[in-house]
Design a protein around this ligand. Sequence first.
Ligand code: FES
Ligand code: FES
Length: 953
Amino acid sequence: MELNKRIFIINGVQRNMHADNGETLASFLRRYGLTSVKVGCGTGICGSCTVLLDGAPIRSCTKKMSSVPDFSKIETVEGLGTASNMHPLQAAFLKLGAVQCGFCTSGFLMSAKGLLDKNNNPTREEVRDWFTKHRNICRCTGYKQIIDAVMAAAKVLRGEAPEESLYFTQSGDSIYGTDFPRPYSLGCVLGITDYGEDMGDKMPEGTLHLALVLAEVGAGRLNGLDYEEAEKSEGVVKVITAQDIKGTNNIQPGVDHPRNKAVVLERNIIVKDAIRKKGDVLAVVAADTREHARKAAALIKADITELPAAETVLEAVAPDALPVQEGSPNHFLTLPVFKGEDTEDLFNHAPYVVEGSFYSPRQPHMPIEPHSMQAYVDADGVLCICVKSQFVHVPTFSLPGALGLEPDKVRIINNAVGGLFGLGMSADAAAIAGAASLAVDGRPVTLTLSYREFQLFSGKRAASYSNGRLAADKDGKLLACEIDLAFDHGAYPETAGMLQSKGMRFMCYGLNIPNIKAIGRGILTNNSYAIPYRSFGSPQMYTICEQLIDMLAKKIGMDPFEFRQLNAIKPGDTTANSRPYHYYSVQELLSKMKPYWEESLQWKKEQTEHGKVRGIGIAMGGFHVSEHADQCEVWLELNPDGTVTNYNCWQEMGQGGDASSVAFTVEALKPLGIKPDQVRLVKDDTGKAPFHGPSAASRSHYVSGNATLLAGKMMLNGMRKEDGTYRTYEEMKAEGKETIFKAVWSSVGEREELSPDTGEGNPMMDHNHLVQIARVEVDPKTGKTEVVSVHSSADVGIIGNKLTIEGQAVGGLAHAIGYALSEEYSDFNKKYENMIGCGILSCNDIPDDIEFTYVETPREGGPLGSGGASECFQSCGHASILNAINDALGIRIYELPATPAKILEALKCKADGQDNKPAKWHLGDDFNEVINEIKENPVGKQDSAEFDATKIM
Ligand code: FES
Ligand code: FES
């Protein structure tokens, strides 16, 4: 350490400080309590740590203190404004929905201030260029709302709009259906929201810091660990291994499906002997500081016998492949879907048939914040674990047995969530922190993973391999579909049944297809385990179906838009699972998009610069809302001061569970005249709030809204006097009446699970639909694709909060563009250990011209007519882009992502008169043989009458 006394001007104040020459500016500022400075990647990639140094934005995580001169002016969000006196940028970010998880917000605010201090009248393009140049990455918003906010703030700074224009004003007695801003965003724009690492830094003295030793091989046997040196290393309190775990040390849930063959499944919190994927935890070091813990972890030597790893589905189903989970076959699950008549004959005689084989990659979620967590045993002997989770009750089911605790001795408390998008469904992070705290007698522990460790440790979207064909009759009407799709579940099939079931519902979704023969195969590999990701399971199916549909239209010689209009569902048509849709607005969505398609046909004909070629593509998507046996509980409590507390575990990750919890409470208690600021929220803590289920499957708004309305009804009934007026808190107490009202909303028994023998059924409470049209320009010289615009029309029911819906819409589309063009992950290539290697998109990679219009079909059974929205928006966007590339160049990219290299390769094939179509994937047993086996061995109906918390993701 080279400590020096230094003088800096921090947020306008000259301060005497002490800095180590070798530390970074980010860690220096955080040490002095300026924790608005967030460290995401820690390597200069994401911009979350941006501060102003002498007026210029810099990424403070890579700036060494030795290169920061004395008397430098350093500005952070702490100096920007206060809750009662916000800087216009802060107010605009809050009002216009530029904050979702908020982890990137401080960096964006400081970067934007750096721009507006120099130029308070920038164009949208200049703002985009600025954020791109300064590497400010936002994974949640898709950037559009951030640009809107900067433009609005600039207008106020120029004096062209009043400051009040940046504040939300309520008119009327309702905030439902308005742009009511998310209450939790206020802390984010002020830089005072504590995320995991902030919480860790603020833990009391005596808190131990953890460091992980991770497996660096994809498959192997752990013969032993040598940690003698590590134990003697400075500050080390304990090296924690599998032997220190008192319970089963197994957090792998079973696969609850009658066609599951994986009867032996194991996922150790800390590896006992089998290593099944890179990033499995071999040991954990607990020490007095983070540096000491990490230094000691590096001294631990693992004796491993490396085994051949199955890196792909194709390798895993090869006859000589080793089982990933000993005792279970790698092809462990098969879900069929049969509709109408057998397709063989139809294909033999159909006038139009197309076929193709496709691949979609493991998509990394890439939140800007890596995992960070704490744990301790509280005064009541309860293991309290603070993580970021989107299903806080999951670890309370799986950890007691795994850790050797009584069932009620685990409590999960959510830290502020710096992005999840699905990966917070696993108990894995909580398990590590919990196990470590128990191993050091319940002392508080804290752990923040580096981004590399996070990438190795966490789950990803399942890769898929699919073979399929599609037939139409002479009039262009869809006749039959056959799909054979294999999901790569990785080493630990955490949510296997749900993933397969979701995927198999979206064949030709929104189109009328009378005959289907399909199977979904579940395959174990030595890859990162498959975990939910927005639109769970559906983008894999849209990858094949939406491209085959496009290919079929072109084969017939029809316009792809008109082909979809011709085949779009009408009342009476049924889903792939042979049941009626709940409503039929797809034709209306298409009609809304028709003018844009026609304009796009014209746009395509215009000249482009530098020889780029234009193309347009359409895709149709959507998702299901809630499940056949779903449940959610919300409590409302009347407080002595007349305010109301809403207790729920609608896990807030930036999607708007906070704003909607307030809005539903206000609506539910309208007769009492409750105002938004009279609603308190107690959320996302299993010790304080009831079971909600996951913030997933677009279910939260639907289930939590219904439960809140129910609780409100109970409260009003409890408070109502005979004359129709309502009792005060004092009157309630005086009459001995309960002031807390606990409502459980349930859908158990209302729907029908998919048959494991035919795939018939209707497990969805609701569904939504989307039509998306993309315009692209592709440079045939470089192979680079630019998405110029995406316009969409969606039906997600009555819109409760346009701001949060648009947040999910644009954010989901941004992920879909990444899925189409650049994003992927491999455990076996170091390139993917950071965000850039994984293909994360910056501001200029996402078009500014994004538009969503809505058809608001009121949902029967939905709260106030609303449905669920989020997953809809990441379902099919990638396919519209792939179809647009085909339209531009006449090539098809069968294996995502459509990188420049793949486009150039396809162009070369085309020029050589060859086809770049991959050969049919060999996915194991023959398609027709698997189907015959299923037909010959029915397993009968599943019991759908029981509520099962693990089946509602
Ligand atoms: Fe500094 Fe990512 S650029 S944390
Ligand atoms: Fe930007 Fe979450 S709001 S990363």
